[in-house]
Design a protein. Structure first.
Length: 364
């Protein structure tokens, strides 16, 4: 793959373009954006070689085209690309839900030209100005090829993702949407509902809000996500989300009945099972939910990068509770997650690392 096209250049598209330029400096990248200012910025950053505010025959020379806009816009992009792409051109997207775009691809007869893509990395920031070639490093990047996608094209895309430092996984688009509904979409809705439950039941003195500043804030952190983005996601993956929510509601009703009737051992077994499962996650903190003192750090994917951070903190007598790479960063910033025992240690570490020009993020 030598020629790449990008339709829309925001945080994700810009980060992918920058990453490609790092690993393949001779690659040609042409990009479409509505605003000439965005294209000028990308040209100045060396992320693209050519910019345009029109989708035209120039994209027919591309080996791979990335659709980096919201789903509804990407569907229109597909219609515009169909008459201009060549036989060799493959198209991908970067969306969080795959069902809708796969349906459009099939309807337009583009199945032999499409491999869905979902880089599970992101940031609260938006726009090309926030693009970072390190954004994808050690993040899961799910590929959802159609049945007609050429095997060699899938293999090339898989290899490209690995070269960018991400971790490629191949799923069907249906499995992708079910999995992401379970581990991302439903949890966001649950967190939002829980935050609103406390809001609706709080006193005029806001006692619940006062006491909730620790662990409760941690477990509802994702309720602060973008309303616009989550409206779009929930309206695109409705069946999977609704089915899983129904199962969750059934489990809550079972829990409610057990608590109300004081069933001995029920809650013990519930928490025992959930603890065993959650503690099996690679970066799961031990014990019940409690306040955590965590920062995330951008580091290059190279030997010794993690050891360097650990050595810097050890030299300053700052104890680390847990350290590890964050592979699913769709709603997190920073490649490396570092947890501390105390808030003071977190503050000292952040000041020290920022003083050494590391980019450090703190959870809100």
């Amino acid at each position: 793959m030598n020629t790449f096209g990008f339709l829309s250049l925001g945080l994700i598209g810009g980060s992918i373009a920058l990453a490609i330029k790092q690993i393949q400096p001779d690659a040609k990248i042409i990009a479409y954006a509505r605003r000439q200012e965005t294209l000028d910025e990308a040209l100045s950053a060396g992320a693209i070689d050519e910019g345009t505010t029109e989708i035209d025959a120039r994209f027919g020379d591309c080996d791979f085209i990335f659709l980096c806009a919201p789903v509804s816009v990407n569907n229109r992009f597909l219609e515009q690309l169909k008459p201009v792409i060549s036989e060799k051109t493959m198209i991908t997207d970067v969306g969080s839900v795959k069902g809708t775009i796969h349906e459009t691809v099939e309807k337009l007869g583009l199945s032999a030209h499409f491999i869905g893509g979902h880089p599970m990395a992101g940031s609260e920031k938006t726009g090309f100005a926030s693009a970072n070639p390190l954004l994808l490093e050690n993040a899961y990047y799910i590929l959802t090829p159609t049945d007609l996608a050429p095997k060699n094209a899938v293999a090339e895309y898989y290899a490209l993702v690995k070269k960018m430092g991400a971790i490629p996984l191949i799923l069907s688009h249906k499995e992708h949407d079910y999995v992401t509904a379970a581990i991302s979409h439903v949890p966001h809705l649950v967190a939002a509902a829980l935050a609103n439950l406390v809001h609706d039941h709080d006193s005029e003195e806001c006692t619940m809000k006062l006491i909730a500043a620790g662990g409760f804030k941690d477990i509802t952190r994702i309720a602060s996500s973008s309303p616009d983005m989550w409206e779009a996601i929930c309206m695109s993956n409705t069946e999977n989300i609704a089915d899983l929510l129904d199962d969750y509601i059934d489990s809550l009703q079972t829990i409610s009945k057990a608590v109300r009737t004081k069933q001995n051992g029920f809650t013990y077994d519930l928490f025992k099972a959930s603890k065993e499962y959650r503690d099996s996650f690679a970066d799961a903190p031990k014990g019940p939910i409690k306040r955590t003192y965590v920062c995330h750090i951008d580091i290059p994917d190279e030997a010794g990068a993690i050891a360097a951070i650990a050595a810097i903190l050890a030299k300053a007598d700052i104890s680390i509770k847990n350290i590890g790479i964050v592979h699913n960063r769709e709603f997190e910033e920073g490649v490396l997650r570092v947890e501390f025992y105390e808030e003071s240690a977190l503050g000292e570490a952040v000041s020290l690392l920022q003083g050494l020009h590391y980019t450090v993020y703190l959870r809100k």
